[in-house]
Write a protein that binds this ligand. Structure first.
Ligand code: LLP
Length: 434
């Protein structure tokens, strides 16, 4: 298995960030998310350095939605990250983590009036997703007598080789304004008293394993940037979104994922050349989420039972309540026996969760060493869109998250309790017992 740098096999056990996964499962209980902090820091530095090799004025805006644990946000804030935020909640988390307001971009195709008002009051830049939203923002800024710095989200209308549910720059996507309509939007914004259009934004999709689509999107955006510059817009940033994929397939036919260096080599020269031709010098912004955190984390789950019927099922204690990606996008995550990491593969197993749905399959038909009850299965590459998309379905409280750093391991979020899960329940008067 081609392991990510956060993982290694020692003395027959899987280690994450220098800590023995089987021992962590024993100490903190399962299911358990385990994240290597060092891996995230290294990822941030590597991504930033790759881009800065070509253009000095770079800002990474970590896509908070991928993993918004406040400790991870703080780790990235300390490295100098900004954040792509998609809700008032993510905005608050980013500010609480110490990310400076100038490094935030409030994204989203359906922001509330309250979201916009909060962003204007706090001076947060906004990626405007429609002309209707622009007009609402105009009204809010007039009422508050406060200028809002905005960019528009451009839909570059390109096909992206990824799962259709996460291709966001295609023609029929709900996100962004088509390039042919964008000039009118900038023109209208330029005429508004308290709206200052200083940016341009796109995000073409997620888990993209080729650099070409990013290059095409960059070209579309920079052509658009030249056109809006001619209108009189002074661009301070062009934001190319996130999307760089990671190699989820690590065993047979492993994925070939582009590195940040390859991404930078493909995209930044298009940007630099276009800036020169247009005579502009906006900052180069990107919004990586998955690439920053995806490989940093394993989900540890204990085997409750093994059932040998027409297939051999390994029934574990984590299901799509904790990792929905396989059920939602047919995503592949490698699985390993954390306490039998150096034993030879023996049998074909299907790892299934405890949820009352047939689709609650974490990993189908995988070769593993002989598995029995109480073994610990590690689900790899669970750091992005794992805990962040978890639920309490089937009245299962969410599990704990542990942060490791060179072998040290502590909780960064405790497991929820039954009381946490029911804390918001209210009893209507006619249901109250006298
Ligand atoms: N910027 C914007 C505006 C986004 O919508 C996203 C992700 C990102 C940046 C970060 O993209 P990344 O670098 O992580 O690919 N839940 C799905 C992925 C959904 C992505 C949503 N937007 C999954 O588990 O695959």
């Amino acid at each position: 298995m081609n392991l990510p740098t956060s993982l290694e096999v020692k003395n027959g056990h899987l280690f994450c960030g220098g800590a023995d996964c089987a021992a962590l499962a024993e100490k903190f209980g399962t299911p358990l998310y385990v994240t290597d902090e060092v891996h995230i820091k290294e990822n941030f530095r590597r991504y930033e350095a790759a881009l800065k090799k070509y253009t000095p004025n770079v800002q990474l805006l970590y896509a908070a939605k991928a993993n918004e644990n406040p400790v991870i946000l703080q780790t990235l804030a300390e490295e100098g990250a900004g954040a792509d935020i998609f809700s008032a909640g993510e905005l608050r988390e980013a500010l609480d983590a110490g990310i400076s307001p100038e490094k935030l971009l409030f994204n989203g195709s359906s922001k509330t009036e309250e979201d916009l008002r909060t962003a204007v009051k706090l001076g947060i830049k906004i990626s405007v997703d429609s002309v209707d939203e622009l007009r609402l923002l105009d009204a809010i800024t007039k009422e508050l007598k406060k200028t809002a710095k905005i960019g528009f989200r451009v839909n570059p209308e390109i096909d992206v080789p990824t799962h259709p549910k996460i291709a966001t720059g295609i023609k029929n996507s709900k996100f962004g304004i088509p390039a042919e309509m964008i000039l009118d939007a900038y023109r209208e914004a330029l005429g508004m008293e308290y709206i200052n259009p200083v940016g341009m934004h796109c995000h073409i999709g997620s888990q993209i394993l080729e650099t070409e689509p990013f290059k095409i999107a960059c070209k579309v955006l920079m052509d658009t940037a030249a056109a809006v510059t001619a209108l009189g817009v002074k661009l301070e940033f062009v934001d190319f979104g996130g999307g760089l994929g990671i190699p989820y397939h690590r065993k047979e036919n492993p994925d070939r994922a582009p590195t940040p260096e390859e991404y930078a080599a493909a995209v930044t020269p298009v940007f630099v050349e276009a800036c020169k031709n247009t005579g502009i010098s906006p900052a180069f912004w990107v919004e990586p989420g998955r690439w920053m955190v995806g490989e940093s984390t394993v989900l540890l789950t204990k085997v409750n039972s093994v059932k040998r019927v027409h297939k051999t099922f390994v029934n574990v204690d984590a299901g799509f309540n904790l990792l929905i990606r396989p059920a939602m996008y047919d995503s592949w995550h490698e699985v390993m026996a954390a306490n039998k990491a150096d034993l030879p593969d023996r049998e074909l197993y299907t790892v299934t969760g405890p949820i009352c749905e047939t689709g609650d399959i974490i990993a189908a038909d995988r070769m593993l060493p002989e598995i029995c009850a109480k073994d610990i299965i590690a689900v790899l590459d669970a750091g992005a869109y794992g805990y962040a998309m978890s639920s309490q379905y089937n009245a299962r409280p969410r599990c704990a998250e542990v942060l490791v750093n060179n072998g040290k391991a502590e909780l960064m979020r405790r497991a929820e309790t039954y009381e946490d899960m029911t804390a918001a329940v209210q009893i209507p008067s006619w249901h109250k017992k006298p």
